[in-house]
Design a protein around this ligand. Structure first.
Ligand code: SAH
Length: 348
């Protein structure tokens, strides 16, 4: 195993058999150490902070794993207004945030016109801030308009790169090919693109994970988000187990070695399944944290999975606590834009 880690660190890649062995391996201190070395070489000890604004829990989709799927009649539904969103950004700017991530269900209210108007509004408030969107599948023309309005980045996880598995996680009609096309469209248009997958989602195998890594190698995203699957009780997957902390951490390290220049978040889901999970994520190669800037009521209703963390270091008000946690994990918090290398407007 040791030689596989060394080879991965050197070549950023491994043949299938060796990569599978690493995916399957146990806790591996060398893997973690090499991943940390790789992130430090590109990013130093900096951890980038993004302000997450959950703009709507209304969704036309019915992804089987997700708590805000349209057929969950128990989900609390809300939608932030333009003014709500701009207030979050003003508050975020005061706190020093320079990236705002607008995430939500696929809510048809948010047409291109509505979104473009909001993006322009944010850029008026904070001209130097980056706007990241995470609003699901849209047409290429739509992505083009959002980019032209000033959006900088787009997050769209592929969820799983194996078509049969994709169909087990999604309703009839949602196809992996469509998701992939969206991702390649976003790249072509010039967004900094983020993709990724859930770890330990129902029916996931190690071979699926291998294919996920191979797909990411093809896409070459600037950002890679992975986090454990966490069941939501009012979904058909409510009875499945959460993804494991160990596997998620190991995959963060493997991804760091495959993609030394990627921005990789230590996700809220990781913090949800284990105390200190996010700090462990940082030590295994992650370099982004996304505290919640949403209004309190929205935070409580935007439940993709059960037991989501919403206060303390997970919230924007808890920035000081977060800074302490990042420090005690051995890193330093930065509020700078943190563009992907190659996209940076200024060096930070
Ligand atoms: N509607 C947007 C945003 C989705 S939420 C979109 O489709 O991209 C962001 C991510 O949360 C999803 O991509 C998914 O990977 C993750 N997620 C959803 N339900 C989850 C669950 N039960 N456990 C863990 N992660 C989940």
């Amino acid at each position: 195993m040791k030689s596989y880690v060394k080879e991965l660190a050197k070549n950023r890649n491994l043949p299938d058999k060796e990569l599978l062995a690493l995916i399957r391996g146990g806790v591996d201190e060398l893997l973690e150490k090499e991943a940390d070395k790789a992130r430090k070489k590109v990013f130093g000890d900096r951890v980038y902070i993004r302000g997450l604004i959950e703009i709507s829990s209304i969704c036309k989709n019915d992804c089987i794993y997700c708590g805000i799927r349209c057929s969950n009649s128990k989900a609390a539904r809300y939608r932030l207004t333009k003014e709500d969103i701009l207030s979050c950004c003003r508050a975020g700017k005061e706190l020093g945030f320079s990236t705002f991530v607008l995430q939500g269900g696929e809510d048809l209210y948010f047409t291109d016109d509505v979104l473009c108007d909001i993006i322009v509004g944010i850029k008026n408030i904070a001209p130097d801030a980056a706007v990241t969107l995470s609003l699901g599948e849209r047409s290429k023309e739509s992505y083009r308009r959002l980019k032209a309005a000033g959006a900088d980045r787009y997050l769209l996880r592929h969820e799983t790169a194996t078509a049969e598995h994709y169909e087990k996680l999604h309703p009839v009609g949602m196809k992996l090919d469509v998701r992939k096309k969206c991702l390649f469209d976003l790249k072509e248009i010039g967004f900094q693109v983020g993709s990724g997958f859930m770890v330990g989602s129902p029916y996931q195998t190690d071979e699926h994970i291998l294919r996920d890594i191979r797909f990411l190698q093809e896409l070459k995203p600037e950002m890679i988000g992975i986090g454990p699957f966490v069941p939501h009780k009012d979904t058909p997957f409510g009875g499945f187990q959460s993804g494991s902390l160990e596997l998620t951490l190991r995959l963060i390290s493997i991804l760091r070695l495959c993609f030394p220049e990627a921005l990789i978040p230590a996700t809220t889901a990781l913090g949800t399944i284990a105390e200190g999970g996010r700090e462990r994520g940082l030590q295994c190669g992650a370099n982004v944290v996304m505290p919640n800037l949403s209004p309190k009521a929205a935070r409580e209703s935007y439940n993709l999975y059960d037991n989501k963390l919403i206060t303390g270091a997970e919230s924007a008000e808890g920035l000081k606590i977060l800074e302490e946690k990042i420090k005690s994990a051995g890193y330093s918090m930065t509020m700078s834009r943190g563009d992907a290398p190659g996209f940076a407007k200024e060096q930070d």
